[in-house]
Design a protein around this ligand. Sequence first.
Ligand code: ZN
Length: 279
Amino acid sequence: MANWVALRCVECGHEVARSADGQKCDSCGAVYPTHQASGIPVFVPTSSPLNVEEILAHKITESALDLDVAKSHWQTGKLRELLDSCAGKRVLNYGSGDGGDRRWLEQAGYELVSFDIYPGPYTDVVCDGHFLPFADAQFDLVVSTAVFEHLYNPFWAAKEIARVLKPGGALVGSAAFLEAYHANSYFHMSHLGLSEVFKRAGFTKVEIYPGWSYVESLNGRFWPWNNVKAINRLTRPWRRLRYKFGMWLWKLAYAMKGREVPDRVRLGFCGSLIFKAVK
Ligand SMILES: [Zn+2]
């Protein structure tokens, strides 16, 4: 983990000094173990539902990494455009999975700190996103792709993100809207829901854009054969085309009335939404 990162106790908020043989809070006495195989520190408070024993026993597998997904996030497209619109290079990857995004973000010149709820080949810390082990106002940017639907209290988590961001810092990422339940997802949010979560956490400016469509996320995934990767690759262009055609019809219908497509249509049929929220 980068030297500039100041850690704090997830029980009492006091600063915690770095140490090779585990971290201990001088104020409340909380002790934070280290995942032995990787040396990654584990900062989980007693009030978190995460199981520390399970985290410590977790086996890291490099072969399961899907680096292409990370590449699709950050090499081109809306997320990259939003990232490029932000100032500063110190980034927290909030819910980084195995940390596969690291390579792409570092190539783009960012200094990265990555965490998730289990240790991965390219992660720095294990913690619960509702209790971040970082001191206030340290990051220029927080990136978070496909994580918010997995949070049991997104309002609370957004407040923690705002706390560790510098004033004027930004949160950039994506969250599920019309995606099916997957991997312990709790709250899938519309653009209004997302906006509410961020504004109540203290973010002043929120922008929301369409991610992938419901035709790809719901309709596509529902059919069992589309869960076979090779078939999915073949049928995906057809689904994208159908959605584009439908959206074109909406645009045409509104253009005839001399109006822009409203958010209800533009964002209302999205599998996921992409966002930028500025503190
Ligand atoms: Zn403490």
